[in-house]
Design a protein around this ligand. Structure first.
Ligand SMILES: *Cc1c(COP(=O)(O)O)cnc(C)c1O
Length: 383
């Protein structure tokens, strides 16, 4: 019997590639954090790691008030509750389902409007056209970390008296010309899930504009408790544990390296795809980007359909993902809504049918990346 390694190389078995892989700091570096938690025996409820992470994240992101959560979905649910939003909320069908689920779970009615075909974010003109007397808020997504048209959205919100909650799950560390993208709207919500740029395994956060709002959110995420005997609201348990907060503190030491590596990989893809016929690179125009995803649109001119390319990648053990396909408005709990009519969402549907997100994560080797590039180039060259 040949040794296993020889069998593997004889089979030409290649590393299986996924669209992302969570970044993990060195395990040894985490042990002292665990020791601290064991020594203190404070496991949750705004412990020292939690307080420290809130302070350091606010500093890193350039925002004043941040409340940590157990995950981004609980943060979204709580943000909507904190602003006492009711009725209709205008949102995008081109996102992860949690965006709209947070509305349904809160008894609110999602109203889908179309995206801009270039930015893939909500089209402000479409937002304005969808406003009714029942509209109370807008829930936009900084899709792939590309900033929404925050000025236009704020103008509409001011004119019609609407709240704005940004689903900023993709936008950790992103800045526009004025600073953090998280300063816009009434509240912004981050996800710190394993698959996101900055992860605490599971985690989320709400960025508030002032201390009073942060206080309300901090009460809501802890059952509504203000002190031992006072409950001021029907809150939820949204608290982040000390273990997750400790991981966040350690991740923060590595985030600049993670972002630099993401940028390098992203620019290598750009060089390969910028002039490839039929492939459109979806690129952010942010002043500071986070390279969270590498989405490309497979146009009709490309020799393969998006799904055929997806299949060709899969055959080579490269597991790219069609984010975001299907659209949220196509799922059974949404498709009966009048605003889910595909005729009203032409750009969202066209994009969902063309998009594919390629592998992008720290640790993706040049060789692995070249396998991805080769498959797209080979098909393009065959035209
Ligand atoms: C990841 C994500 C969420 C949900 O965050 P969790 O931390 O997984 O609960 C919400 N919205 C968008 C756009 C996301 O990508």
């Amino acid at each position: 019997m040949p040794p296993a390694a020889a069998v593997r190389s004889a089979d030409c078995a290649q590393e299986r590639l996924y669209v992302t892989r969570p970044y993990l700091p060195p395990l040894e570096a985490f042990i002292p954090y665990l020791q601290g938690i064991w020594d203190r025996q404070v496991l949750t409820n705004n412990g020292p790691c939690h307080r420290d992470l809130e302070r350091r994240l606010a500093e890193y992101l350039g925002v004043d008030h941040i409340s940590l959560f157990a995950n981004g979905t609980l943060a979204l649910l709580t943000a909507l509750q904190a602003l006492r939003i009711t009725g209709e909320v205008i949102t995008t069908p081109y996102s992860f389902v949690a965006t709209s689920h947070a509305l349904l779970w809160n008894g609110m009615k999602p109203v889908f409007v179309d995206i801009d075909p270039v930015t893939l974010n909500l089209d402000p003109a479409a937002i304005e056209a969808a406003i009714t007397p029942q509209t109370t808020a807008i829930l936009p997504v900084h899709c792939y970390g590309r900033p929404c048209d925050t000025d236009a959205i704020q103008t509409i919100a001011d004119n019609y008296g609407l709240k704005v909650v940004y689903d900023a799950a993709h936008a950790f560390g992103v800045q526009d010309a004025g600073g953090s993208i998280l300063r816009h709207g009434d509240l912004s919500v981050l996800s710190l899930h394993a698959t996101k740029v900055f992860n605490t395994f599971e985690g989320g956060a709400i960025i508030s504009p002032d201390a009073r709002t942060k206080r309300r959110i901090d009460h809501l995420k802890n059952f509504g408790f203000v002190d031992e005997t006072t409950v001021v609201a029907p809150g939820i348990n949204g608290k982040m544990s000390e273990i997750n907060a400790a991981i966040g503190l350690l991740q923060l030491e590595h985030i600049d390296g993670v972002l630099a590596e993401r940028r390098m990989i992203s620019e290598r893809y750009d060089a390969a795809f910028d002039r490839m016929p039929g492939i459109t690179v979806v690129r952010s125009d942010a002043a500071r980007r986070n390279y969270a995803y590498y989405p490309v649109l497979v146009r009709p001119e490309y020799p393969l359909s998006r799904d055929a390319l997806y299949g060709a990648l899969k055959e080579a053990d490269i597991h790219a993902r069609r984010y975001f396909y299907p659209l949220i408005s196509s799922f059974p709990m949404y498709r009966g809504l009048p605003s889910s009519d595909p005729a009203r969402l032409p750009h969202a549907h066209a994009t969902a049918d063309q998009v594919i997100c390629l592998p992008l994560y720290p640790g993706l080797s040049h060789e692995a990346q070249d396998r991805v590039i080769a498959i797209l180039s080979r098909a393009a060259g065959a035209a």
